[in-house]
Design a protein around this ligand. Structure first.
Ligand code: SR1
Ligand code: MG
Length: 392
């Protein structure tokens, strides 16, 4: 797709979005545009043909975090990182990420496939949908993207070139602060109901927990294992009963493999906390299936496409997977805690209207989060993780 003649950054108007997308539609098509973004950081325009209903998405990064306002400046480079990550991950996770039609670094926008026939998975899950293929697709996505961008599949020159291209310090700093630091101290960014204060102060006083979080933060800061999505929560996934598409990898960077796995598991667990009976069983199965599909596919890729000289050494693959599993549980624990008491919450919990039930669910999220962090070395299998949900 050709780029625009506009060269100075400014927030796009709907008319400009239409002009940018026009070449993707038949000549003379009557186009309309709506801003549909409900995320924390960007504008999202849907441009569509009024007759056929077919559309494209134009996502534009703002020079600040929308969730806070202009007082929180944020690099525009994240738009280029996101487009590059979608393309790189799309090479391996076939059909599981949207197609990118074009991108413009100066205006910080990306034109991509319209997914409006699907629903954001978090919204659907809150409505009680079960998305039967969600965990199979995400397990596959995780294995394909993380294996193929790691040293297990790439020549070290290629891997280090990619790691440099995906240097993303500003977005990583958001995660370092909001996921790994602020919720564990009495910092101003935190946000929680007064009824949770006792439980939150217990977190702040828990030195054993903080020691483990410090170790996890260090892994996030230092371990460049694979090209991560970097923010793989259920709001970053579009789905229906048959299809799943992972969007929004603006936090992409080279980091520990368990981070993507753990974030997704944590967001399933949050949803599981809010359900009971069969609804909860569905989430339990998704948690278990995500890990099982990831582990199986990662092992298959290791055997069929691995290039590491030590790949045939007895026990090496198992030890790599064991590390990913333990990291994932720890990262999941941090995500559960930060989504409960940190700056950026989730609708699964905040949307519970009954105050007593909401506070109770949030205490459960804190409890499972702490357990995953502290006991990540003892939980022997993914079934021990889902047992935490079943025991609530
Ligand atoms: C200021 S950004 C807050 C959160 O939104 C994003 O989706 C990330 O999860 C980030 O931590
Ligand atoms: Mg996002």
């Amino acid at each position: 797709m050709a780029t625009t003649a506009i060269t100075t950054y400014h927030a796009l108007t709907e008319a400009e979005a239409i002009a940018l997308a026009a070449e993707l539609f038949p000549e003379g098509a009557r186009l309309e545009c709506r801003e549909i973004g409900d995320g924390n950081l960007n504008y999202v325009f849907r441009v569509s043909d009024q007759e056929s209903g077919k559309g494209v998405i134009i996502k534009q990064a703002l020079p600040y975090a929308k969730v806070v306002g202009e007082s929180w400046p944020l690099t525009l480079k994240r738009a280029a990182i996101e487009a590059a990550a979608l393309r790189k991950h799309g090479e391996f996770a076939t059909g599981l990420v949207p197609e990118v039609y074009g991108t413009d670094e100066k205006l910080a926008y990306t034109v991509m496939e319209d997914l409006s026939h699907l629903t954001i998975a978090r919204e659907g899950l809150i409505q009680g949908k079960s998305y039967p293929k969600l965990s199979t697709h995400i397990g596959e996505y995780l294995a394909q993207t993380l294996f193929h961008t790691s040293d297990f599949a790439l020549h070290p020159f290629e891997k280090k070139k990619l790691a440099a291209e995906f240097s993303n310090p500003e977005l990583c700093k958001i995660t370092e602060d909001l996921v790994f630091t602020d919720p564990f101290f009495d910092y101003d960014t935190n946000d929680f109901e007064p009824e949770l204060r006792q439980a939150v102060e217990a977190v702040w006083r828990n030195d054993a927990l903080k020691l483990e979080v410090a170790k996890l933060k260090r892994s996030f800061l230092t371990e460049a294992e694979a090209l991560l999505h970097g923010d793989l929560h259920t709001g970053s996934i579009f789905a229906d009963d048959n299809e799943t598409k992972v969007i929004d990898p603006e936090f992409a960077f080279y980091g520990p493999i368990g981070f993507d796995v753990g974030l997704f598991l944590a967001n399933l667990l949050v949803q599981g906390i809010t359900r009971d009976g069969e609804g909860r069983d569905t989430i339990v199965k998704h948690v278990e299936n995500t890990w099982n599909v990831f582990e199986t596919r990662f092992s298959e890729l290791w055997k069929s496409e691995g290039i590491e000289d030590f790949r045939g050494v007895q026990g090496y693959r198992e030890s790599v997977l064991e590390k990913i599993f333990r990291d994932a549980l720890g990262f999941a624990g941090c995500e559960l805690i930060r989504r409960t008491i940190g700056l950026a919450h989730v609708k699964d919990l905040d949307g519970i209207e009954d105050a007593e039930r909401r506070i109770h669910s949030k205490k459960q999220a804190l409890h499972i989060g702490e357990t995953l962090i502290i006991k990540r070395g003892e939980l022997a299998s993914i079934n021990d993780v889902t047992a935490l949900l079943e025991e609530l």
